[in-house]
Design a protein around this ligand. Structure first.
Ligand SMILES: NC(=O)c1ccc[n+]([C@@H]2O[C@H](COP(=O)([O-])OP(=O)(O)OC[C@H]3O[C@@H](n4cnc5c(N)ncnc54)[C@H](O)[C@@H]3O)[C@@H](O)[C@H]2O)c1
Length: 362
């Protein structure tokens, strides 16, 4: 079977986790890279002898591409994805969060369906061995009925992190600790425990000068009767400490710890599994992108649908918007009401203009 041809738009910090799998796994070929900042794309173009571009319209005109990975600032994901799907009819892989504003998701799905292409949202931590083991034992009933799920993210993002790029720390393009860092764990919590019914939350900006929150807390009620607690901060000092989830269920307890839920530190069903299902990660990005891209290829070769469907990808974004809405309105918010945040993903034409790419006729 011929290889699928991939290209990247955005060659910043996360690009290594796309370049790695796309140059290593069978069935994938990285054919071109693009960044507004030429030197960033040239790093990969020199390393792999592939063309680099600053204008993605030009790249998509000149190169034969099947799938585009969108690694641009979060608030631009819907714009870039819909542009590429509409204009060029390419499948898109979208880094987390695939959108900020709740309303954009329906537009993105409609565009993909109209154009006959697919959207693959990334939540690579779903592939962590610890997560897969606990999920399997929850699905089989071995762990029993979940009754309490907690998320604890204690990471360190000082002012210099937010000052690095204009998009960081803004409601239009980034969101705060819950969105940029916490989204993985909002996703995992629902992946393991189930859909959240309602939320009450508070957010605060404690140690940095930005629009968005660096600290958030929420209490949850799940549809299956479980309760939940979320604590996410990027105001931990002086370093990153943990991103953990605990699931307390009727027949046992699972505690996933480490920098990105990569260690199964407590597993009462099988204490020996704790070591077997723990992984060492070099950074919080982990290794999940490799398995994620294998599943993209399997899906596009019509062998098996991707386990993280578009709809799966929307669950964390709905919860995220509900948490913000609860904090903004100071009340309990029910997720089925579909109430968006007043702030997250609000348009900012000056910021968008920095990341829009002019159409060329080259
Ligand atoms: N899955 C993960 O664990 C993970 C980790 C880090 C970042 N991310 C996500 O990846 C995205 C990028 O994050 P990052 O940390 O790499 O950011 P970054 O700022 O380092 O990189 C973004 C790059 O996109 C480029 N860009 C912007 N608009 C463009 C355009 N129109 N055409 C070409 N290039 C353009 C910028 O020049 C920049 O180099 C964000 O949405 C972020 O949330 C995901």
């Amino acid at each position: 079977m011929s290889k699928l041809r991939f290209a990247l738009i955005g060659c910043g910090r996360i690009s290594k986790n796309h370049v790695g799998p796309l140059t290593e796994i069978p069935g994938a070929e990285l054919v071109a890279v693009c960044d507004l900042v030429p030197e960033r794309a040239q790093v990969w173009s020199k390393k792999f002898g592939i063309p680099s571009y600053t204008n993605y319209h030009t790249m998509l005109t000149h190169e034969q591409i099947d799938v585009v990975s969108i690694l641009t600032p979060s608030g631009m994901h819907p714009f870039h994805a819909m542009d590429i799907m509409r204009r060029c009819r390419k499948h898109v892989v979208i880094e987390k969060p695939m959108a900020l504003a709740w309303d954009d998701l329906a537009k993105m799905k409609a565009t993909a369906d109209e154009c006959g292409v697919k959207i693959f949202p990334i939540y690579q931590n779903r592939y962590n061995k610890a997560v897969q083991q606990v999920r399997a034992d929850l699905l089989s009933g071995a762990l029993g009925k979940p009754m309490l799920g907690t998320v604890r993210v204690r990471w360190c993002r000082p002012q210099r992190y937010y000052d690095r790029d204009p998009w960081r720390g803004t409601w239009a393009m980034d969101g705060g600790a819950l969105t940029n860092q916490g989204i993985h764990y909002l996703d995992l919590l629902q992946y393991l425990v189930g859909d959240v019914e309602s939320v009450t939350a508070r957010i605060a900006t404690q140690l940095v000068t930005v629009e968005v929150e660096d600290t958030a807390v929420a209490t949850l009620k799940f549809k299956n009767g479980a309760l939940g607690v979320i604590e996410v901060t990027t105001a931990a000092r002086p370093d990153d400490f943990e991103a953990s989830i605990s699931v307390l269920a009727g027949k046992g307890t699972a505690i996933l710890t480490g920098i990105a839920c990569n260690q199964l530190s407590t597993y009462t069903l099988d204490p020996s599994a704790a070591a077997k299902y723990s992984e060492e990660f070099p950074d919080a990005y982990g290794f999940g992108h490799w398995a994620f891209f294998r599943d993209v290829i399997t899906d596009l070769q019509n062998q098996c649908p991707h386990p993280i469907s578009f709809e799966e990808g929307t669950r964390a974004i709905r919860l995220l918007n509900s948490i913000y809405r609860s904090a903004e309105d100071n009340r309990e918010v029910f997720l089925d009401d579909g109430l968006p945040s007043h702030n997250l993903g609000k348009p900012d034409s000056k910021l968008s203009a920095l990341y829009e790419t002019p159409i060329t006729t080259e």
